[in-house]
Write a protein that binds this ligand. Structure first.
Ligand SMILES: Nc1ncnc2c1ncn2[C@@H]1O[C@H](COP(=O)(O)OP(=O)(O)OP(=O)(O)O)[C@@H](O)[C@H]1O
Ligand SMILES: [Mg+2]
Length: 516
């Protein structure tokens, strides 16, 4: 009987033909991680098999490849048979295989939807594969500093290449931690403005009262204490690129100011009668649904259209699980290097590795609500927890890295429930105590704290707002600042630590209150 397992077209975002494929998530020889094998025989209704000796996995970025070839993988076969739109998995006697975290005893049917999402297969106890769908191999594109070879990442690279040299504004949409800032910098680097300024400003961090002076600057004498004048972000980015991060958080009056400057290409510093032409390429980013914000009156439709000269959607990590192994090995190598223990990568090939394949398999099954940033945090944790070569265990992961309990969150998926993204109500959000501790240990710097907690700055601000014991610089009075200034001898960092507010917020508050 001829199979119906045919090349799939999966909606608008997946316009290319895809084939059931296997990608190496983990292999003791870490150079093999990321290699893939397209199981084209399945498309013709024929079966396919995986063993130590077949199929050939093309090495990442190479035109050649080889079979898994590791002694922990049996010479006997794991068989893949087409079944309707899905695949039946069956093992020859003696082959040790787990599928989605459960040992494969009897034949198991995987639906097309499961394969689309990605199925984690552990072969023996050392090799982890992902069964998923891949498009045909793409012509190599510039990498733009982005790690990953999934179809979704290749589409992202193609988008960056298409728009970089054009003078149009770009709107980057994507969940927290998907790499929006990295992509903004990649566009700038690939543009004719590569050697000019790249100015990054978080619209969530600018208080409405100071927005005009922050964005457009002020002239000397514009207000008491403004003896020197100040170039705003637009002037600082003149000739280069201005990255408006978290643009959906811009208050309404700031939205109006942005619209004006984007339309006129002119700015007027506070207290100045001169309007200055500015030549700035704007790249904006948002993790919120701006179309819904426009419908509900929170965001100006006209500003959205101005910002979205070209839109790029950044894929969440759970939709490109085949990149988990590649990103993890890249980040692990970086973390081990900074610990001076890079040689430990080679120990993964040894008999008793510090990073068991079962941990990697669990990470490949995980949903990654904090995306690549969360994965970077996990890699750092793994590198440090295994210092000196001590093996790491799933049960040991601290709460906060993955939410309440690592093991609960990494249980094999029971059904095909929809993937979730992190919201402030989610249990993977840090508790009040963790939030306070992280702010203190990072000197109340919001970017560093958000990075440590694996959340976006927008989420961090929301959590700070909801935390009764944490105030923001906006709540600090002029008197309190003066007293603290006298005690701390003008040292901004020390003042921020004493007042328990962010140094940048404090600086803005001092300017606002004219306490210089
Ligand atoms: N494809 C990638 N390759 C390598 N590193 C990546 C990739 N994507 C993201 N990262 C890293 O993940 C972290 C988060 O990326 P980035 O800050 O650009 O995300 P973001 O979308 O701006 O997040 P947020 O919305 O929370 O601000 C950074 O350390 C970045 O270098
Ligand atoms: Mg960002």
């Amino acid at each position: 009987m001829r199979s119906t397992l045919r090349p799939a077209r999966g909606g608008v975002a997946r316009a290319r033909w895809t084939v059931p494929s296997l990608t190496v998530v983990f292999h003791p020889d870490t150079r093999r991680i990321g290699g893939c094998a397209r199981l084209v025989d399945l498309l013709d209704g024929r079966g396919a098999a995986v063993s130590r000796l077949e199929p050939v996995f093309m090495d990442p970025g190479a035109l050649s490849g080889e079979p898994l070839a590791h002694r922990s993988v049996s010479r006997r076969k794991l068989l893949f048979e087409p079944r309707g739109d899905g695949v039946r998995l069956q093992r020859e006697a003696g082959v040790g295989v787990s599928v989605s975290g459960a040992a494969l005893a009897a034949p198991r049917d995987l639906s097309a939807e499961e394969i689309e999402r990605g199925v984690v297969i552990e072969l023996g106890d050392r090799v982890v594969l992902l069964l998923h769908r891949l498009g045909p191999p793409a012509a190599p594109l510039p990498r733009f500093g982005l790690v990953g070879d999934s179809d979704a990442l290749e589409r992202l690279r193609a988008d960056i290449g298409r728009v970089a040299d054009l003078p149009v504004p770009v709107l980057l949409r994507g969940e927290s931690g998907t790499g929006k800032e990295l992509v903004a910098r990649a566009i700038q680097q690939a543009s004719p403005r590569a050697r000019e300024a790249f100015v990054s400003v978080s619209m969530a961090a600018i208080p409405s009262a100071l927005a005009a002076s922050e964005l457009f600057g002020y002239a000397p004498g514009a207000f008491t204490g403004a003896s020197r004048g100040h170039a705003g972000y637009f002037a600082q980015a003149h000739g280069g690129t201005l990255f408006l991060d978290e643009v959906g958080e811009a208050p309404p009056d700031v939205q109006a100011m942005l619209l004006r400057v984007l339309e006129s290409h002119e700015t007027q510093p506070l207290g100045s009668t001169n309007r200055a032409k500015v030549d700035v390429r704007v790249i904006a980013a948002t993790e919120s649904d701006l179309d819904a914000d426009v419908r509900e009156g929170r965001f100006r439709g006209s500003l959205l259209h101005r910002l979205a000269g070209y839109q790029i959607a950044l894929p969440p990590l759970r939709e490109r699980r085949d990149d988990v192994g590649r990103l993890l090995s890249y980040r692990l190598a970086a973390e081990l290097k900074s610990l001076g223990e890079l040689r430990r990568i080679a120990d993964l090939a040894g008999p008793d590795p510090w990073l068991p394949a079962s941990v990697i398999a669990a990470l490949a099954r995980y949903d990654w609500p904090g995306n690549v940033r969360q994965l970077c945090n996990v890699a750092r944790h793994l590198a440090i927890a295994s210092r000196g070569g001590r093996p790491v265990h799933l049960q040991e992961f601290p709460p906060g890295l993955f939410g309440e309990s690592m093991t609960a969150r990494l249980e094999p998926p029971s059904g095909a429930g929809p993937s979730r993204r992190r919201t402030p109500a989610d249990t993977s959000i840090p508790s009040n105590g963790e939030l306070l501790a992280a702010l203190r240990s990072n000197g109340w710097r919001t970017s560093a704290t958000a990075r440590q907690l694996g959340i976006s700055r927008t989420t961090l601000y929301k959590l700070i707002d909801r935390h009764a014991a944490i105030r923001t610089a906006r709540d600090v009075s002029a008197d309190e600042i003066r007293r603290c200034k006298a005690a701390c001898g003008d040292d901004l960092e020390a003042m921020a630590a004493a007042l328990e507010v962010s140094p940048r917020g404090l600086l803005l508050r001092m300017r606002e209150l004219r306490v210089d």
